[in-house]
Design a protein around this ligand. Sequence first.
Ligand SMILES: Nc1nc2c(c(=O)[nH]1)N[C@H]1C(S)=C(S)[C@@H](COP(=O)(O)O)O[C@H]1N2
Ligand SMILES: [Mo]
Length: 260
Amino acid sequence: MAERSTTRRTLLIRGAAAFGAFSLSGCDRIIQSKFAHKAFANVDALNRTTQEAILDQAALAPEYTRDDLSQLFYANGSTDPDDADYKKMVGERFASYKLVVDGLVEHPQQLSLAELRALPTRTQITRHDCVEGWSCIGEWTGTPLAGVLDRAVLKSAARYVLFHCFDTMDDGDLSGPTPFYGSIDLAAARHPQTILAYEMNGEPLPVKYGAPLRVRVERQLGYKMTKYIKRIELVDDFSKFGKGKGGYWEDNGYQWYAGI
Ligand SMILES: Nc1nc2c(c(=O)[nH]1)N[C@H]1C(S)=C(S)[C@@H](COP(=O)(O)O)O[C@H]1N2
Ligand SMILES: [Mo]
């Protein structure tokens, strides 16, 4: 499948077409988050303030048991990046992978997968809700992002965590491939369920789901769960990245704050 070159329209069509398959795949339509969504559909800044006021950002997302795991977890957006540097890393099973943490930090980091695995571990079984209307339950193992930020020691000006990725998106226009990126604020970054996941369902994170490292931001929608992370940059402002809205999907119309 040419997952990389999908436009929003084809994604939406595919999302709708895929609905029928979910009862078979073990994934389901979003139920709980529907109200929050509809109610705050359009306005961005207002949306964010309102949602932050109404939703308790510190509350934990529900956790499930292994019996609840979706038999088939739907994959969305990039699922097989064909970017040259990424392909090379897949070929060597990410042996030379180093997560870079830099920007507004006192101690920039370069962490291999072995080093990330040696940090405190957290496993959680949670429900992933995609804005297109499907949900799947998966088990994620990784290290809390808060601990990684603490190692790097944030400068006081740091306000957002920006994720730079290996994958690029082809929007079908003449501007060429757009690097995928995403961002969250420090409250989301320090939430106890926000982890840099290197395992899914007890196995090393498959390419489809964001190998070698993706973030889980369990109180927000699927498009905030950035996959294929190569660099984490601490910034005071994200307006100078991409088209300025804080992420690839946000640049294409989705809201920056996607609380559920
Ligand atoms: N790097 C990257 N991260 C991404 C995307 C993407 O295309 N590229 N798609 C997002 C969307 S819209 C969703 S719903 C989830 C899908 O994660 P999954 O493939 O594990 O289901 O990843 C999110 N993170
Ligand atoms: Mo999504």
